[in-house]
Design a protein around this ligand. Structure first.
Ligand code: HEM
Ligand code: HEM
Length: 146
């Protein structure tokens, strides 16, 4: 998927802004009741998405895989829906719980796609095929002088 690293990094920055604003709002109001929403905005949004961005930047072949597209389009919208549903849930709208549940399962499916891609692309055989890695470089446990 074209520019998936840049897209994830931009989304991460947006979620970072939202998470920090949310945190300051909670601290200022002395109402910490929504802290799980704040935590998952920051951790599933800012932290996880910036790690995704770094991964796709470091493994461009992973970024080009069809599974990367699945990862992006399952994870990003579902995480947004999950955060909105969770906020409503913690505001007492208990009828929203099934939506939060479905959204979090879709987020998890996105994570499965990511995990499979990581597994495929970081296998020793896949690493050796990467043209810009000199032979022998980047091999786990390597680097010790002979
Ligand atoms: C200016 C920035 C931030 C402010 C003002 C802020 C504020 C808060 C507040 C008031 C709580 C509730 C504490 C409680 O009642 O237990 C909280 C919880 C939490 N925040 Fe933040 N936060 C900020 C940034 C972040 C960032 C960047 C992250 C993650 C990368 C983060 C992760 C968490 C987590 C995981 C919790 C839940 C902790 C627990 O389980 O008790 N926060 N934050
Ligand atoms: C679909 C994915 C996820 C689901 C459904 C989920 C669900 C939950 C639930 C139900 C809680 C307890 C909330 C409460 O105290 O009432 C929780 C807490 C927590 N989760 Fe997650 N989680 C997910 C992903 C993650 C990820 C990826 C991270 C870290 C990178 C994370 C970090 C935390 C932390 C630090 C807490 C304790 C703070 C809090 O209660 O909000 N979670 N999570």
């Amino acid at each position: 998927m074209k520019n998936i690293d840049g897209l994830f990094m931009r989304l991460a920055a947006i979620w970072f802004l939202a998470g920090v604003a949310f945190g300051i709002g909670m601290a200022a109001s002395h109402d910490h009741g929504m802290f799980p929403v704040h935590a998952h905005i920051n951790l599933l949004g800012w932290v996880s998405m910036s790690i995704f961005a770094a991964f796709y930047r470091a493994w461009p072949k992973a970024a080009a895989a069809t599974l990367a597209r699945w990862h992006f389009w399952l994870y990003v919208p579902a995480h947004f829906v999950m955060m909105v549903a969770l906020a409503l849930l913690y505001r007492g709208v208990s009828a929203i719980e099934p939506l939060a549940a479905v959204a979090s399962i879709v987020v998890a499916l996105g994570v499965v796609c990511f995990a499979v891609l990581v597994w495929q692309q970081t296998a020793p055989a896949a690493r050796e095929q990467r043209a810009h890695i000199p032979e022998g470089a980047g091999v786990a446990g390597g680097g010790a002088p002979n």
